[in-house]
Design a protein around this ligand. Sequence first.
Ligand SMILES: *Cc1c(COP(=O)(O)O)cnc(C)c1O
Length: 364
Amino acid sequence: MSREFVMNTYGRFDVVFERGLGSRIYDDTGNEYVDFVSGVAVNCLGHSHPAIVNALTEQSRKLIHISNYYWNTEHTLLAEKLVENSDHSKVFFCNSGTEAVEGALKLARKYGKLKSNHKNVILYMNNSFHGRSMGALSVTGQPKYQQDFKPLIGGVKQVEFNDMDDLIKSFDENVCGIIIEPIQGEGGVLSANIDFLREARKLCDQYDALLIFDEIQCGIGRLGSLFAYEQFGVIPDVITMAKALGGGFPIGAFMSNERASIALCPGDHGSTYGSLNKLKAQYGVINEIRGIGLLLGIVVDDPKAFVNECFNKGLLVVTAGTDVVRLLPPLNVSQADLEAALKILEEVMEIMSNEVSSVVISWT
Ligand SMILES: *Cc1c(COP(=O)(O)O)cnc(C)c1O
């Protein structure tokens, strides 16, 4: 089978998907699944939404690529939309979340350099995920992603997520930026404390450093507001975004306020949570429910077995951290699909609470 020609870097389910519609997806043998992975928070309007299909079709008939030497209207219109709906003023576009993170890190370095030659330290959180390029990986505080690729870039320092003392201790005048996910997605749907984010804001002002929020997973509507920072009431200097920004088309961006951009020159479904809480009370399977809006994590003893049981029953969900099952439905998920997913989740909890062992297929 031609799979042998693809580099073996991801553990995949043994399934071939052929087409999708809304929050439903179909494999090559005609099985139907409710897709609560959404390409890991990418397909914000589900599969094959006409708005996305039409935009891609129409644009590709006009222009696909023109380089950065020239302007095109759509590019500036999107920047204008993002700025008009935020507290920020300048946008840089790229192709992925990782690149957006790279850009934000470089912006912080350059911002620091304008102030002093020693101002180059970037703080990041343990348990974070920011991407797999060398820079982004260097601020990804999880040994499993970093260990085989050292040495990574210098001038970075890890802070305990939500540990105020560690945050205060780590700051000094050599810090040029700090990168935080308002909700750590990959790391286990762990929300930042508002006080922790406020303190980070305060320290960035005090030491003249840039506060960077990585909203690649939690932004663009997933928490119920366009930007994740709106849920926390703390305004970052720089925001990275990607995933849902393109709805499946690969695009990333970072956006900054006036303060940060001096460094760069030319060069609703409240009911989901409620229903899950009911299931938590009913079955002894869920240890905890985390998250906001449609970025939800359910903490269970054996997330892989849970995800596999869901898969077998036709619901796609994905693990996060070591003990979390992540639910990332499309933002326009229908009530019917939500109920179908909840029914499967309930069936799986019923099975898991009876400790029927499941066949774990090979993925990591
Ligand atoms: C997915 C993700 C990234 C990396 O984005 P890519 O588009 O996959 O490069 C970075 N940060 C966070 C928080 C993410 O969830």
